[in-house]
Design a protein around this ligand. Structure first.
Ligand code: ADP
Ligand code: MN
Length: 514
């Protein structure tokens, strides 16, 4: 599960975006720290966007080109970006100089002049590691130097008129400033020690009060976000993507989370305005493929051996593999749509976020087949519909669902809708027939238990769907024959560069034949 609120995306590093693309910069590994409230705010979304635009983040460009994710991103070849990075460096140096001048002018003076408004670097970018080093040095070193001068137990030091008590304004003021270190780390105490700031007791106490109430407030916020599944589910970059969709008018509002699964989170949204080339459904489902990778490891077998994605798989980093799941779901849904199978209609794909039409009404998703009680008549109707859809899927879409069960079929408008097809494969996938057999077993068991007397058993169903004629009369032998067939096909592909004719009538279909 993603850490609450904040990115789990392994690549979603903090700091200025240019760093992550900087050819000489270190890859970012630290984690961003900001409150959920900030992250959710429009303000931050705008800042993120600004930052992104400033840095001319190449991936954004790639995404804006259209829904198809292209293989490689060009990173450092952009003159614009290099120019911007140089400018940023320049601005940083300018700011450092400004800070030195500010310090010099203010010196020990009680009234200080801030040069903050003259700074060049956007505040969001300013806490880079370089700045942090400066900040820590000035903060800690003077403190160590001051330490021996703090008042000992007896309450005073020195003799005669040089006596200094614990109430001495200067010592006490410095001590108060140093004590601000005990405030919660999120509480920005500034560079008080570096500036040799002397805080009066009154000011210190007020600050302390404020720091504690801030701490409590942030604890409350933290508690709140623990309970919000919707927010738990997505990292800031995903939130930005969603925000952009709303901002662009594609979506009207994102109302909430429908489902949180191991591999994806699904949101409901009201559709926005139609564009010249696209009608947006009134209600949409947004499927966000999780950017935490561990859940996807065991799915390798679906995609690694899928020849449509084979060439790309080896070259891809894990983040891109996750986008590929989203892409795969999009392509598979499109095939199904073209064959007239009831399923969500693809609206848009951006990175790992797939927007499709919502199956259900008024924010209420259609129930899964496992959750709905159908009349025996509807049950029978559903069964025949599914048999039909499985055949269509196999023959017309050249697909095997590979996760077909009562969990991934919705009952809506008096019929069954198929969803969740990111793992679907072509029948010639090295394990395609095994997946099909598993699907058949799920379907057949569900309807036999559900009292549909006509329901074929899994072996009959398998033959009916695939058009193959496996005669084994028990499951073990049947499965052995399936595996033998798969092996034969693999060997045939190895030797002849194409599949067995029994699988596909007309050789290899093109990779993107939608
Ligand atoms: P996964 O099972 O991999 O998490 P699914 O695609 O099955 O992802 O989606 C999870 C749940 O979200 C579904 O069981 C369904 O309840 C809901 N859901 C997904 N897509 C839609 C949609 N287009 N319309 C309505 N509900 C949907
Ligand atoms: Mn599912």
């Amino acid at each position: 599960m993603d850490p609450v609120g904040i990115a789990a995306a392994p690549d979603a590093g903090p700091g200025p975006a240019w760093r992550s693309k900087c050819p000489w910069g270190a890859p970012n590994t630290t984690s961003i720290s900001c409150s959920l409230a900030d992250v959710m705010s429009e303000q931050l979304a705008k800042e993120l966007q600004l930052e992104e635009e400033n840095a001319a983040f190449p991936e954004v460009v790639a995404v804006d080109e259209g829904p198809f994710i292209t293989g490689e991103n060009v990173d450092t070849s952009s003159d614009l970006m290099l120019a911007q990075m140089l400018q940023m460096e320049f601005d940083r140096e300018y700011d450092a100089q400004l800070r030195r001048e500010e310090k010099k002018i203010n010196g020990d003076s009680k009234v200080s002049i801030s040069f903050e408004n003259y700074r060049k670097v956007h505040p969001y970018d300013s806490d880079s590691s370089e700045d942090e080093v400066d900040w820590q040095d000035t903060r800690h070193d003077p403190y160590r130097a001051d330490k021996p001068t703090t008042t000992p137990r007896r309450g005073f030091v020195g003799k005669g008129k040089d006596i200094t008590t614990k109430h001495d304004e200067v010592v006490c003021g410095r001590k108060n400033t140093a004590r601000m270190e005990n405030f919660a780390p999120e509480f920005q105490v500034g560079d008080g020690i570096g500036m040799d700031l002397k805080l009066s007791n009154q000011v210190f106490n007020a600050l302390k009060q404020h720091a504690y109430s801030e701490e409590r407030r942030s604890a409350r916020l933290h508690e709140k976000k623990e309970h919000s599944t919707a927010e738990k589910a997505v990292d800031p970059k995903t939130r930005l993507l969603l925000y952009k969709m709303v901002n662009a008018g594609m979506l009207e509002t994102i109302t909430g989370c429908i489902s949180t699964g191991k591999e994806s989170v699904v949101f409901h949204a009201y559709g926005g305005n139609a564009t010249e080339d696209k009608v947006i459904p009134p209600e949409c489902a947004i499927k966000v493929f999780k950017t935490t990778l561990n859940e996807f490891k065991n799915r390798d077998k679906y995609i690694k051996d899928d020849y449509r994605f084979k060439d790309r798989f080896s070259k891809l980093n894990p983040r891109k593999i996750i986008r590929m799941w989203a892409e795969k779901e999009m392509h598979n849904l499109t095939r199904m749509q073209n064959a007239g199978i009831p399923c969500p209609q693809v609206v848009s794909l951006k990175k790992h976020v797939l927007v499709m039409s919502f199956i259900g009404q008024d924010q209420v998703p259609a129930p899964k087949l496992k959750d709905v009680t159908l009349s025996s008549e509807d049950m029978k109707k559903a069964y025949y519909q599914i048999l039909n859809m499985m055949q269509q899927l196999y023959k017309e879409c050249n697909l095997v669902h590979a996760d077909l069960s009562e969990y991934n079929m919705l009952w809506h408008d008096g019929k069954v809708w198929l969803i969740d097809v990111s793992q679907s494969v072509e029948p010639t996938h090295p394990h395609g027939l095994e997946f099909l057999f598993r699907d058949c077993r799920n379907v057949s068991q569900f309807f036999q238990k559900g009292g549909v007397a006509e329901a074929l058993n899994e072996r009959e169903l398998f033959n009916a769907v695939s058009g193959l004629n496996i005669t084994a009369d028990n499951e073990v032998d049947f499965q052995a024959e399936i595996e033998a067939l798969e092996k034969m096909n693999e060997d045939h592909v190895q030797n002849h560069g194409k599949k067995l004719s029994m699988f596909s009538s007309d050789g290899d279909p093109p990779i993107y034949d939608e």
